[in-house]
Design a protein around this ligand. Structure first.
Ligand code: FES
Ligand SMILES: [Fe+2]
Length: 344
């Protein structure tokens, strides 16, 4: 059998198995194994899910000042996300309208974008500002050669991009997300620190494990498991997200000796929400744990069936800034999961 024939047969089998995976999750088998390993499934997921959804790209304060930009791939499409000179968050194809050169790499701050190949220059709102010697080309219309835009939007401090213009707007996409999370004042939180890393597993495995309690007694017996009580039932709410709340025995300080000097609760939290954690997964690729003092947020980008790039923002606290935030960051270092050498 040819390789393509073998892949087709894996997909045919997987598609039949997937027919049984239907809501509610309590009555459903898990996804078939090929969904976590096989290239023929992965190749279908990228257009079907990542090119057809509002994809999370992290916290909006990552692009804090006018001119801040990041170039990265979403669903195999090179994009630029930037804050323009009027403070508007925008996304464009990272492709010059002349001969398709990549325009920007990495992150930084710029006042305009100049193509490294022949020098076409673009304003941060995407308009073509200048094209050397193109005035000699008959009928050349600068206004027709702006950068190709993608929709961006924000919700409660989280930023999203959508590559498919037929998808509904973000408010409809997320349903009642804001109502459920209102007490945490997510829009007011600021990022204390962020970092990126790669994990050697399928993107869904990373997100699923972050959102489950089942492994806590075995993987985190001395930290999370000693702190977390059994969670409430899953909240089935309108919108492309799922959420679950569980109370904790004390604060969300993970180490026992850190629990007496945790941060004060996020203002506005009341009742059980002052003593617990809400885990939320915004489909397809962004998740966070909202504790009573801070939240931990991840956005993930599949790069291969068994490789995932992860962007992590942590210690998002209300009303703290500058040196105070640095100080808190150092204090919190003592009870962050990654410093404990544990995995999600
Ligand atoms: S490819 Fe960008 S100016 Fe030619
Ligand atoms: Fe874990």
């Amino acid at each position: 059998m040819s390789i393509s024939g073998a892949n087709a047969s894996v997909w045919d089998q997987t598609r039949d198995q997937l027919a049984a995976v239907t809501p509610p999750s309590e009555n459903s088998p898990t996804l078939p194994p090929a969904c976590y390993t096989d290239a023929s499934v992965f190749d279908r997921e990228i257009p079907a899910i990542f090119q057809s959804s509002w994809v999370g790209i992290g916290r909006a304060d990552r692009w804090e000042s006018p001119g801040d930009y990041t170039a990265f791939d979403v669903a195999g499409v090179p994009i630029i996300v930037l804050r323009d000179l009027d403070g508007v968050l925008r996304a464009f194809a990272n492709t010059c309208r002349h001969r398709g050169s990549l325009l920007l790499e990495g992150s930084g701050n710029c006042r305009a974008i100049r193509c490294p190949f022949h020098g076409w220059g673009y304003r941060l709102d995407g308009r073509l500002a200048g094209a050397p010697r193109m005035e000699t080309a008959n009928g050349f219309d600068k206004d027709a050669f702006g950068l190709l835009p993608f929709r961006t939007d924000t919700k409660d401090g989280f930023a999203f991009v959508c590559l498919d213009e037929t998808v509904t707007d973000l408010d409809h996409w997320l349903g009642d997300f804001s109502e459920l999370h209102e007490m945490w004042s997510l829009g007011d939180l600021v990022t204390g620190r962020r970092r990126e890393f790669e994990v050697h597993c399928n993107w869904k495995a990373f997100l699923e494990v972050f959102n489950e309690y089942y492994h806590l007694p075995y993987v985190h017996p001395n930290t999370l498991d000693s702190l977390y009580e059994l969670p409430d039932d899953i909240d089935h709410r309108p919108g492309n997200y799922v959420s679950q709340f569980g109370t904790t025995k004390s604060t969300t300080g993970v180490l026992e000796d850190a629990r007496d000097h945790a941060l004060p609760p996020i203002p506005g939290l009341k009742g059980r929400n002052r003593n617990g954690t809400r885990y939320t997964w915004m489909f397809p690729n962004m998740t966070f744990a909202a504790g009573s003092e801070a939240i931990w947020a991840y956005d993930v980008y599949p790069t291969a069936p068994d490789r995932t790039r992860v962007s992590y923002a942590r210690k998002l606290v209300t009303g703290w800034s500058g040196g105070v935030l640095d100080l808190l960051d150092a204090v919190l270092e003592s009870h962050s999961l990654d410093d404990l050498g544990e995995v999600v």
